[in-house]
Structures are given as structure tokens and as C-alpha cells.
Design a protein. Sequence first.
Length: 320
Amino acid sequence: MAPRPTWQGHLRLSLVTCPVALYTATSPRGDVHFNMLHKTTNNRIRMIPTDPETGPVDRADIVKGYEVDKGRYVIVSQDEINSVRLESTRTIDIDRFVDVDDIDRIYWNDPYFMAPDGKMAAEAFTVIREAMAKQNRIALARVVLHQRERLLAIEPRGKGMLAYSLRTYDEVRDPAEIFDSIPEVKADPQMIEIASKIIEQQHGDFDPTRLQGPLRGRPEGADSRQGEGPRRGGGRGAAGHQRGRPDGGAAAQPRRRRQGRGRAPPRRVQTTPRGSKKQQNRRGPPPPRSGPDPRACGCHIPDAAMRAWGVSAVQCMTTT
């Protein structure tokens, strides 16, 4: 299935305009999401809006407010929000071009794939892309995405272009807030030399396939385990469901009663717990195990391991 575009409009460079589409370049496949359930009923927990004084609140009674001070809000109506909301012009206007190394990496944000929207737009799109690649420049443009004006950095990438949304100057914190508290320490030249050798030994090419988190997709074994739905009612016991009967096992009970008519109750056979001395004597001595006997090598093996050797083999490190 072809991916759906996030945004569709026109890319404009002076008098050259072509239809383009933006596609998100990343996917949240590595994110794992959990739902909160009741541990007894397995029902999903509902978040009910609640006033700390009056209790649950209807959705119609909820308004939006901007906090100007702790505990003090300015109520904003939906009409006021709509009046200042930006309307998308469906146009990416290129303002200027900058060198590739001029943009600090701290300002790069979300990536988007940009492609021509339709066969008729391929020619004008190719002209803009090849001109940018020849000059080794990045285009800075403005666009309205998700009702917010954003600054884009556009660069050629293969047969298409890659557009990054840029963070604004106000969104980036001043590094002096963190770095100024670091004390001035003179590093030992020998330690620097050792660290440099380690860096040189671990130097290699960048492989994006190795950028995999410890937990990808669903938790391990989630597909093999049977999902549990809500548990409603106490009459439908677990015995029937474990046997795969939708009636809760009620149809099997008369059958057991009919089989038991006119017969003496079965005798209870006293069983010996598994692992007891009587059962071990009945079975006989354990069969000999392959491999070196840790009791004959003279090693100081703990008593617990010596006792467990008759059940699971213990490997002796001095005889291997």
C-alpha cells in the first residue's frame, strides 16, 4: 500500500512552481504502547474528567484556559482560538539558500520526504533539485503544518528531496545554562593519549542497521501468548473455557454423573511426592553421566553444587 502524504501543496522558487507532497520519513515502529487494565476484570481503564471539588465533569462543561500564574488562568473561547489560527496557503515559499554547514545540528527536527505530486510536476521539480545539488546549497522555506508556521530546510536526496522542520531560536535552550557549571579541569596528557588510542581502535563506518533498541515492536512472546479479554460474570468459570467449550463445561457434568451411577467410588491411591527418598529407592541409582566427575578433580566445589550433580551435570573448569 502506497504511503499517504502528510501535506500536499506547491513548492515555489521565484517564478517556478510545482506540485509537491510531503511524507513522514520516520515511523514509530520501535515504540511500545501499553494500556491500563483492571487486574481482576481486564477491563480497560477510562480516564474520566474530574473536578477536585465537584467530582466528574461533562465534556460540554470543559473550557480551555491559559495559566498566567500558579492557580490563575485566563479563559479562552474556541472562537478566539480560531481567530488567531493560521490558515495553510498550501505553498512552500523558498526564502533563501545557505551553505550545508551553516545550520547547527541542534536546530534540525523532524524529517520529511518531498516528492513531485504527479507526473506533470516532475520536470520543474527536477530543475530545482539539480540546481540545488550543483550549488551545494540548502533551501530555507516556510510552510504551515498542523496549523503552525514552520521553517523547513530542504536538501537534494536521490531522485527527491529531504525537508527537515527546524526548531526556532526560542525553542533551543542556551547551552551556558548547563555547561557553565562544569568546572575547569586540566586533563592528564597520558590519559588523553590512552583515550585517543581507544577511540582509534573503535573507529568504524556508520551502519544504520545497528541502530536498534533493546525492545522493538511488541514485547517478546506477546504474539505467542493468548490475549485475555474482559472477564464478565462468575457463572462462566475457567474450567469450561480451558476446555474450549463456550458453555462453560456445563454439558460435560451430567455425563460424568451418568458414568458414576451404580459404581463404587474410586479408591484413593496414596502417591509418593516426586523427589522423595522412597521414590528414589524405587527408581534405583541414577545412571552414570558423561564427562568428568567434579568430585574427583580436587576442586573446591560448594556443597550445593555437589548435591546437585546427581541431577544436572556440573562442568569442572580445571579438567577442560
